[in-house]
Design a protein around this ligand. Structure first.
Ligand code: ADP
Ligand code: MG
Length: 287
């Protein structure tokens, strides 16, 4: 039991500075310290520019940190490269905001989901084909989706396909960076529900990043609040309303309430619209 409480991922004093010629250097991460525990969903919230994506990119080695250490299962992975990095990449998958950006427009969805299975030599041939169908079902897509091209899918379906591809390699950790932010509110909710469901089934650890605290709160166990490159507070998601101390967290929370309120109103509006349409439909039937 004590062993289970060892973090699966540990970030120690991570610093990242962007230097651009002719510009002032930006300290995107200032000594960030965080732990992710097995099976946990850690939320990361903060306004635009607070360093959330930089953190995700450093964890997945899309960016190199200037200093600090990244530990995965008690091993230092900060400066991995080559073959070891490739192997590590399988363990930590990432889902981005814009699914359309990562599709090859000429590759059918089935091939897209199958690709990492083949590349990582997890499965091939008939077995891989069957696994694709299983993965599609798991993320709530029909088997027929395998034969479609990305442009034939809606934004929500595309994001489901991306999630299917990510879970296919059975990673230890999935990072979601604003993964639902580009979707309509109702579709966003469906994807959030899917993530909660998948997590119950698979126990995959995850880091869920969003600028929207209401969204982060729905899926996370703990929430790290970022402000100008620093983690200013880590709070238990369920105790957020009572235990947040930092004034910045509180200001984020007041905007949560307004987002909730907005959603509530939108829902009400949609229901009203549906009712009206149903009435019109009834009238036309009754002539
Ligand atoms: P967030 O995801 O929270 O919106 P980012 O991690 O994208 O924040 O950005 C953090 C800070 O680093 C911002 O000030 C941003 O302008 C800057 N930044 C991000 N990426 C780069 C880059 N490639 N080059 C220079 N500055 C960058
Ligand atoms: Mg970002």
């Amino acid at each position: 039991m004590a062993l289970e409480r060892l973090p699966i991922l540990e970030l120690k004093n991570l610093c990242k500075t962007y230097e651009l010629k002719g510009h002032r250097a930006v300290d995107a991460l200032k000594a960030v310290h965080l732990e992710l525990y097995p099976g946990e969903c850690l939320g990361i919230v903060g306004e635009s520019g607070s360093g959330k994506s930089t953190l995700a990119r450093c964890i997945t080695h899309l960016e190199r940190v200037n200093s600090g250490q990244i530990q995965y299962r008690q091993q230092d992975i900060t400066r991995l490269n080559g073959k070891l990095l490739r192997q590590q990449r399988k363990q930590i998958q990432m889902v981005f905001q814009e699914p359309s950006a990562i599709f090859n427009p000429r590759m059918k969805i089935g091939a897209f989901i199958r690709e990492p299975l083949i590349n990582y030599k997890i499965m091939k041939g008939q077995k891989a084909e069957q696994e694709v169908l299983r993965l599609l079902e798991r993320v709530g897509l029909s088997a027929a989706t395998a034969d479609k091209y990305p442009h034939e899918l809606s934004g929500g379906e595309q994001q489901r396909a991306v999630i299917a591809r990510a879970i296919g390699v059975e990673p230890d950790i999935i990072l979601f960076d604003e993964a639902t932010s580009a979707l309509d509110v109702s579709i966003q909710q469906q994807i959030l529900d899917l993530l909660v469901e998948l997590r119950k089934e698979t126990g995959i650890s995850s880091i869920f990043i969003s600028h929207d605290l209401a969204v982060v709160q729905q899926v996370s166990d703990r929430i790290a609040v970022m402000y100008q490159g620093e983690v200013v507070e880590v709070v238990e998601s369920s105790r957020l309303t009572s235990s947040a101390n930092h004034p910045y967290t509180r200001s984020l929370m007041s905007s949560v309430l307004s987002v909730r309120e907005m959603r509530y109103r939108m829902q009400g509006q949609r229901q009203k619209q549906e009712r009206e349409q149903a009435e019109i439909f009834q009238e036309s039937l009754s002539g």
